[in-house]
Ligand binder design. Structure first.
Ligand code: SAM
Length: 288
């Protein structure tokens, strides 16, 4: 499972859905309730997890444009959306290069665009957008990119909802002696360039919220931690198997300790004794 593989995004989707702030959702309702039609941009959409979560919650008529630079993820979206529509009781059809999804509570047109958001953020159609959203994206991006996004959204009077921004806080139960050592390497690794310049990593969510506030938007933040139980062993395993190589890449001299930590963690997960909390911050802003 690689960084943004379809299998990883599918594995994390239920944990993401459970973790997202329900308080911010209620605040967002104050935007959508008076509006019959919404134009929504989803940045770094992956396979469409954020879309699937918000579709029934936003209701009404929705026009979605989904952006990602990974053509393979975008290509997997119609199939995943069709499976979701079947489970949800929605109908889905293709029309003029768009996907049309209809259910008693909503009516949506969706189209996808392959784009490098690191370079092409100013070219997005923000002037006609009511809501700019993204999930698990901001921690990859740089200070400059976040400044630009905040400025463009406020200037164009768009609401923003950016959820599941990793905030650097991790708690394992039971704990291991090297948990902090690995976490420190991981959080430093998070600051490496992920294509947008030096990443803001764990500071991204709070920084973006602060910039929106400075620019005059009404801003709400709330925690959206994953709290994974021993039963979510597959997710915990994937996390350990992703974090260990990152920690070693960050500090190769610690490879023995990190590999030992990885073995002990996997053992605890396989024994059904491991609980993991991964900190996230959700950010919502409404035009002033
Ligand atoms: C952690 S995934 C989150 C995907 C999805 N939002 C979700 O919650 O499942 C980050 C997404 O950002 C996309 N991404 C990363 N760098 C990008 C770039 N420069 N331009 C566009 N998309 C990018 C990746 O392809 C991936 O789909």
């Amino acid at each position: 499972m690689t960084g943004f593989s379809e299998s990883w995004l599918t594995l994390r989707e239920p944990a993401d859905n459970a973790a997202r702030s329900k308080t911010l959702e209620r605040e967002l309702e104050s935007l959508v309730q008076p509006q019959r039609e919404l134009n929504i941009l989803d940045l770094g959409c992956g396979t469409g997890s954020n879309l699937r979560y918000l579709l029934p919650r936003l209701g009404h008529q929705q026009h979605w444009t989904l952006f990602d630079n990974d053509a393979a993820l975008l290509a997997s979206l119609p199939n995943l959306l069709s499976q979701w529509a079947n489970t949800y009781g929605a109908t889905m059809r293709l029309e003029n290069n768009s996907i049309v999804l209809q259910a008693p509570g909503f009516d949506a047109t969706i189209h996808t665009i392959a784009i490098d958001l690191a370079k092409q953020l100013p070219s997005l159609p923000l002037g006609s957008a009511d809501l700019v959203t993204g999930s698990a994206l901001l921690d990859l991006t740089s200070r400059y990119w976040l400044d630009t996004l905040a400025t463009l959204c406020v200037e164009n009077r768009c609401a923003t909802l950016f959820v599941l921004n990793y905030d650097g806080e991790v708690h394992w139960t039971p704990s291991l002696i090297d948990d902090q050592l690995v976490l420190q390497q991981l959080n430093e690794h998070q600051l490496r360039d992920k294509g947008f310049g030096a990443a803001m990593g764990p500071n991204a969510g709070a920084y973006f919220a602060q910039q929106l506030q400075i620019l005059g938007a009404s801003v709400f933040t709330d925690k959206s931690d994953w709290i994974t139980t021993p039963a979510q062993n597959q997710l915990q395993r994937a996390i350990v198997d992703g974090w260990a190589p990152a920690a070693i890449e960050q500090n190769p001299s610690l490879s023995t300790s990190v590999e030992q930590w990885q073995m002990q963690r996997i053992q605890q997960i396989d024994n059904g004794e491991s609980t993991l909390q991964v900190g996230h911050l959700d950010v919502l802003s409404l035009p002033a």
